[in-house]
Design a protein around this ligand. Sequence first.
Ligand code: HT7
Ligand code: ZN
Length: 875
Amino acid sequence: PSASIRLSDYRAPAWRVETVELDFDLGIDASEVTAGLLLRRDPAQDAPLRLDGENLQLLSIRLDGRQLPATAYRYAGNVLEVDGARDGSVLETRVRLRPAANTALEGLYLSGSREAGFLLTQCEAEGFRHITFFPDRPDVLSSYTVTLRADRARFPVLLAGGNPDGAGELEGGRHWARFIDPHPKPSYLFALVAGRLEKIERDYVTADGRAVQLKIWAEADAIDRCHYAMDALERSMRWDEQAYGCNYDLDVFHVVATHDFNMGAMENKGLNIFNAKCLLAEPDSTTDDEYRHVEAVVAHEYFHNWSGNRVTCRDWFQLSLKEGLTVFREQSFSADMNSAPLKRIEDVALLRRAQFPEDAGPLAHPVRPAQYSEINNFYTATVYEKGAELVRMLAGALGRDGFRRGMDRYFARNDGRAATIEDFLAALGEANRTDLTPYLAWYGQAGTPRLKAHGHYDAARHEYTLTLAQHMPGNHGTEARPPLPIPVKLALFTPHGDMLPLHLDGQTSKTGNELVVVLAQAEQNFVFTNVATAPVPSLLRGFSAPVILECDYTPDELALLLAHDVDGFNRWEAGQQLAARAYEDLRDGTAAIALQAWCDALAKLFDNAAIDDALLADLLTPPGEVELAERESAIDPQRIHSLRQTLQQRLAERLGALALRQRYAALVAHTTIELDAISQARRRLKRRVLELLALLDHDGACELAAGQYRDAPGMTDRLAALAVLVRNDAAQVGAALHDYRERHADNALALDKWFAVQAQLPGEPALDRVRALEHDAAFTLKNPNRVQSLLGAFVRNNPSGFHRLDGAGYRLLAERLVALDALNPQVAARLATAFNGWQRLEPQRREAARAAIVELAGHRGLSRNLAEIIGSVLN
Ligand code: HT7
Ligand code: ZN
């Protein structure tokens, strides 16, 4: 594997590019790019001019107007070194690219077929060096003028980032269009799109008075599915003006949908490009969860215009500076647009499902990594989701107004600059006259801290002492790490479920029913006075810090919080903790005290008309198989699956088939296709009730599911019914799958769900199903969404299917990774992270997984992307 790049080696660029003029002569098989760079040299450095360029076919090279002889430059496929450049020199290069042959989807590539598809670019993180020679690093900010030329009939639409600056006809049926971006930007934010696309448009006026044309582009068959995204975009723009004072800053804002994309979306300046699954939405093919996801991704990319584009990152180690912050901004927006507690539950569930396992195994890295071999492998749950949690802690520490003051300072001071995480903490801290540098430690260390909590009530003194202590697992004092600041939002409840007024000893300002204490040392006592009765603490409310709480609650105490906590997140959290304890009762064969308490508490909530249907659905769902596995050492995923099924069956028995049927019927009576919160909540609960009923009355529930499938007015109900039929191996499943396949044959996103639902068939039969689906005419390794829908869903969302005792799941993954890596290394590397955690499997599976990974590692010619992941996973 190639050498790693280290944060400690950072040096400012010796050469910058003040302006860049790009000229594209576009064609599907061959495109030519001419780049004119106005160079600026750092007088303090005397390094030669070295430009990144990845396997480019160099056609010509001129310096200050003169053709360079072959002796005046060197290029062996990665770096172009040029002699004789001075401050103010203009370097002009011309290269040829092969877009149709680019299956890695990085640089300039073709989306769709040769006949009907369109050309587009993806430059983050280091794709620009696949387009032209350039110092392809985020701290080189340049002004871009881009001219596109192409055949008008084949490429009627020509787009690049920036404001339009003319267009016209050329000879031979060709045309041109020019764009100037007035905002200097790093190369990773460059983009172009060319092809046959349709658009929808809307006029928008920013709070500071700029008239902006919003244009969403898609292929003709998809353009009608862009209206929801347009509404979401307008909501995002308004929200950013109100919440952060951030206005849009160009005259046009383009958004383009593609089916061929390695990630969710990309925030290119003025020309966002979206994976179609994160942009297109219409009731017949989009679920409620997907609608919310579209809104969230549209917002996320738009918010990058300030957190990422206007203020960018100095280097890729600072990636979370834009990603963690932007995820946090999107989370706040989504909470404002929808239910705040449900959003928080969803985000924390994702953190636990994706980030906690990452942080607990060989792929663990700090939010700001210290080194990497391949930067594309660092677009991780840690950088994004844990990064957002760190911003949330800072926002909590400063309070609403203080955080806004700090953000104003951060944007104002760093506008047009490439910044660091230190710059961020400094701006937030200085605007609030507080020192936030202790939080820097959070950015520098991997692992999920444990927070131990213990309460003691002194009845005679009416005092409650809460002892909080922190430790990092596996950190047995060998390296002394400073303690982290851990904000703990808390409340105290009476045994009747009422909140007690809080008086924190010695701190007159700290009163109220809820407050935040910050654990700043390894261990600290917090003494509450005038506490009338022995309380039950509600800790880490709203998940105020990304830690694992270890608290010696009794089942009754958890049941009390589940019944009474007014913090929606902590109510759910109490239920999750209780369910995990109930699971342990079943696993260990111990007295089923937690199981009883969990079922009793939920039975009461089930009859409580005041509770929101969506929250109830989440309360009725125990932690997932991945989370349950996180609590074990010799993991047997098939046993976890079956114990979790038993756990749910016990709950279903406690609720009773009659009550479940009645509730299901009542929800069916309200079936609509509307997208309002109440309708979505009903659909969510309806699905959960049907799943529980299937554990008691298999045939009856399958009959209901078949009816729901047939009558469903939209995708949420249809897919939920199909999933119940698949997972229960219903007699009706074949007909339903056939119907779905026919009905959605022309809709790639709907078809992805058809693959995914079958890939999640639990247990042994899953592997043969996956193999059979690989032979379906619609399956291809060339499309990342399709790979994700079949192989991704199998290896990631189906632990009992993937982790077969005979190791066949591991061998299948290893074989497919070799084939996929040859086409698309980024997607292969991401899929390979499914091997993470193999060391904690029980011995037989562990050996089978190890053998498959070792064999894969020995394969010659693996990409740097895949080699890095496999190498780390094996350690
Ligand atoms: N900033 C974007 C990252 C991204 C990306 C990274 C590597 C390879 C392909 C990519 N496509 C998009 C996504 C985001 O907004 O976070
Ligand atoms: Zn982002």
